[in-house]
Design a protein around this ligand. Sequence first.
Ligand SMILES: [Cu+2]
Length: 176
Amino acid sequence: MTRFGRITIAMFTLLALSVSTVRAAPPGVGLVAGSIGAYATTARAVTYDRRVPAGAVATVLRLSGPHRTLVSLTPVGLLPHREYGAHVHTMPCGAHPAEAGPHYQNVPSSDPASANPDNEIWLDFTTDATGTAIALTTVDWTFTERQAHSVVIHEHHTHRGGAAGARLACLNVDFR
Ligand SMILES: [Cu+2]
């Protein structure tokens, strides 16, 4: 493992530990870290496929200003040198991948053109040699009471129209 990989894992282990002890995040900030494993009703993060190995960890950070939102996704422990897709979805993670529902959209629409990275949160990434990556996006809107409840990791980068293949894993995150 590279020095960068060790430092990254140490950093996110610390983050994960701190998240479990901090109950209330400051306004405008949300941080969720989850160890990915088999589905359970209490599971923070669920894998549905070996391409997201059990034991991987994912961290999601949300920063909200009055009119803008930044979301980052940092997975550790995935397959090396591999492209994954990821988006914010509407429903919590379930026993079956489809239970996370569709992509969260700022302006809900059935028009395929509305499935784009300005109207949705896309967090595609490519892992390094250690299976680590950082994805980051900003949009010029904030989450509302129509809450988004999860981040889903998909089998490949997102194509036009929002398709990214099978749902490999899911992390419960309440965006608000
Ligand atoms: Cu998705």
